[in-house]
Design a protein. Structure first.
Length: 431
């Protein structure tokens, strides 16, 4: 579920302060965002006493830290919180106790692994709320005052799993002029196979058909980005390309979704947000992904993929699909024919062969009253794979199949085991 940033006096922005230059940048950014959202601002300082400090030294350090914190807070009209203990644990504790809507913390220089950078990394891993890691607070202050726009780049996920980050960023930065851009990096062979482009193809060059599908998918999950979506083939780490793209476009902030993974999971799966956090030259907003964050599609017309084989069952399947689905749902009727033998090195589009006679026979299965019908003929010796490829290629929200048998190895069983889309099974009459 998207996180709200409505101006609620009970909501709070928490900013970590250690009186360093990096922390001052964070304070400036947090103050600008608090003014803009109407949230209250709280400055928190975590004091980790040296092991050798005696009681007098501890008391002196505690008092001087309290005075410095209150002095900085009084200028901003902020509240304060002083926490004793290890910095990472203290920050996490303060976040949990404060019910903050956003946490802001300073960062070290690009590429450094210790100091404030390690604290920011730990906070992003453990916090259940968005964390803004600030490298330069001046763009946020000038943006809030209306003196300049804010350049924000969003890391995009094809499946929409990072949609909450986009929604949160729009709520946070959307009140003033913000120049949005989105970036997605893909591995061409993987995407080509997903949408039915087979045979040997370039693993490094951009693919127009792939990018057409990706752009449609991304804009469905990230409405509002329009022509600002940047697509690029990539065979390395997506995090490196995202950081480079942000640098090229002079972004002030990168927006990414983050998983709350364990150390073992990070070693196995990697972490794009963690690498971006460490390597970016600009600020980074990390928004935790929730289990129900599956993306929010736009309001464009939904499409159902109806697989037909021109047997007696096909007309029944189409009739049932028309009866079960709203009239404004477009139907894509898919018929799979055996693939013609090609050379091993031939490129092939499963949906690229024109077969007008077969297409006309398929079209006759649809009732005349249904106008939003498209016919697709696929050449494949693996019907289940072709159905899955078509659902990706044409953006189906639901798959409709005739059911003769659900035994292992049947087309229906193979589609059900591999598809992440809802699938409507239409049994033969009398079953």
């Amino acid at each position: 579920m998207a996180r709200s940033l409505k101006c609620n006096p009970g909501m709070k922005i928490l900013c970590g302060v250690d009186f360093s230059e990096a922390a001052e940048h964070a304070v400036n950014a947090a103050a600008a965002l608090a003014r803009d959202t109407g949230h209250s601002l709280e400055l928190v300082h975590v004091l980790d006493f040296p092991f050798s400090a005696d009681a007098v030294a501890r008391e002196h350090l505690l008092e001087s830290s309290r005075r410095a914190l209150e002095s900085r807070a009084s200028v901003l009209g902020a509240s304060t919180r002083l926490v004793l203990g290890p910095v990472e644990r203290g920050l996490t504790q303060a976040v949990q106790e404060s019910a903050a809507a956003l946490v802001v913390i300073g960062a070290t220089g690009a590429g450094k692994r210790r100091g404030a950078g390690s604290h920011a990394d730990a906070l992003v891993r453990h916090a259940r709320v968005p964390v803004l890691v600030v490298r330069d607070g001046r763009p946020f202050d000038a943006w809030q005052r209306g003196e300049r726009s804010l350049a924000a780049m969003v890391g995009l996920e094809r499946d929409g799993s990072g949609t909450s980050a986009w929604q949160f960023a729009r709520a946070l930065f959307g009140r003033h002029r913000t120049e949005w851009s989105g970036a997605h990096f893909y591995f061409p062979p993987e995407e080509q196979g997903r949408i039915g482009l087979e045979g040997p193809r370039s693993a490094v060059d951009a693919d127009a058909k792939v990018e057409q599908v990706l752009r449609r998918e991304l804009l469905a999950h990230y409405p509002g980005l329009g022509d600002s979506v940047h697509l690029e083939p990539n065979i390395g780490r997506a995090s490196e390309r995202l950081v480079a793209a942000a640098r090229e476009r002079k972004a002030d902030v990168i927006v990414v979704g983050s998983h709350r993974r364990s150390a073992i999971e990070r070693l196995w799966f990697g972490s794009v947000s963690r690498r971006v956090l460490h390597d970016a030259a600009c600020s980074v907003l990390c928004v935790p992904r929730s289990p129900d964050d599956v993306g929010v599609r736009d309001s464009t017309t939904a499409t159902a993929l109806v697989a037909v084989d021109l047997t007696w069952l096909s007309r029944h399947v189409v009739e049932q699909a028309c009866a079960a689905l709203p009239a404004d749902v477009s139907l894509t009727l898919l018929h799979v024919v055996p693939r013609q033998q090609l050379g091993v090195l031939d490129e092939r589009d499963v949906f690229g062969a024109a077969q007008p006679q077969t297409e006309e026979r398929v079209r006759q299965l649809a009732p005349a009253s249904r106008h939003n019908v498209e016919v697709v003929v696929a050449e494949s010796n693996d019907p289940a794979r072709a159905i899955l490829q078509a659902s990706e290629r044409f953006g189906a929200r639901v798959i409709v199949l005739g059911l003769r048998t659900s035994a292992p190895g049947s087309v229906a069983a193979d589609v059900l085991s591999a598809s992440h889309r809802p699938t409507l099974l239409v049994p033969a009459p009398g079953r």
